[in-house]
Design a protein around this ligand. Structure first.
Ligand code: COA
Ligand code: ZN
Length: 229
């Protein structure tokens, strides 16, 4: 199966010169963010999408047609899609990640691990009883990372299907963080899915899901050189 391309950017890669490649709806979104870090995350994510697709399709980044229609309200803040490529965007802290596959739907999620989170309370709203019991078996100092690994595995799956947070994450049951990543059970989806953990440094957890019955090869790329030119 064709490899999944995973491109990593950083908020520090954002610069005003990139804005000219965005579509009007994207510029409106950029302007609506109050915080500079949110602007940078969105700008870098949208630019990685445009420039990687431009390279593959031999088009100018500004000429790439993207659709982000939200199935709930129709506004341009939903899962990004384009003809001929499946993709998924995620950002957290200083990191931005975009996954691309030519045919199979993909979902990617990166999260900055907050060591101060109350993992046990969050478990009550986002983990199944089985997962919460497993989480309680981790040392307290390891629980924030373990919880965030569950979270990113679940989010990757619901982002691949396009459900997003409309899915009840307690029912999206994934393998424990110390086990190979897999979807154990989810009544909301009965097709094939494969999960992969992505390495994003000690401060982050990240996972990739692909709606396929084959484990994908993952090729990682640093977007910084592409964003500098
Ligand atoms: C998708 C979602 C799970 C992302 O949560 P998050 O962890 O805060 O954010 P991430 O950085 O990981 O992901 C954001 C990206 O998810 C993508 N996305 C948005 N909706 C999505 C969906 N339903 N499925 C998959 N991806 C989605 C977008 O590309 C977005 O990046 P961009 O806006 O820069 O292009 C969550 O925002 C969601 O479910 N949204 C849809 C439901 C919703 O918000 N409805 C209310 C508006 S009417
Ligand atoms: Zn909406």
């Amino acid at each position: 199966m064709t490899a999944v391309e995973v491109w990593w950017g950083r908020t520090a890669d954002a610069r005003p010169g990139l804005v000219g490649e965005l579509a009007p709806a994207e510029r409106d979104r950029l302007a609506a963010y109050a915080r500079d870090e949110d602007k940078s995350r969105f700008l870098v994510g949208a630019t990685i999408v445009r420039r990687v697709l431009a390279g593959k399709l031999e088009l100018a980044p500004a000429d790439i047609q993207l659709d982000r229609s939200c199935p709930d309200c129709g506004r341009q803040h939903g899962k990004v899609s384009t003809e001929g490529m499946q993709l998924s965007v995620s950002h957290s802290g200083d990191l931005i990640v975009v996954a691309f596959h030519p045919t199979a739907a993909v979902g990617v999620d990166v999260e900055l691990i907050n060591p101060a989170i109350d993992a046990d309370s969050l478990a009550a709203v986002s983990l199944s009883d089985l997962e919460a019991t497993e989480l309680a078996g981790f040392e307290p100092a390891a629980r924030a990372r373990a919880f965030t690994q569950y979270w990113t595995r679940k989010e990757a799956v619901v982002k691949a299907t396009g459900d997003g947070i409309r899915a009840d994450l307690r029912k999206v049951i994934v393998s424990a963080p110390d086990q190979p990543p897999a979807l154990r059970e989810w009544s909301g989806y009965d097709g094939p899915v494969r999960l992969v953990d992505l390495q994003a440094g000690v401060e982050y957890a990240a996972a990739l899901a692909i709606l396929s019955d084959q484990s994908p090869e993952v090729r990682s790329f640093d977007a910084a050189p592409m964003l500098r030119s």
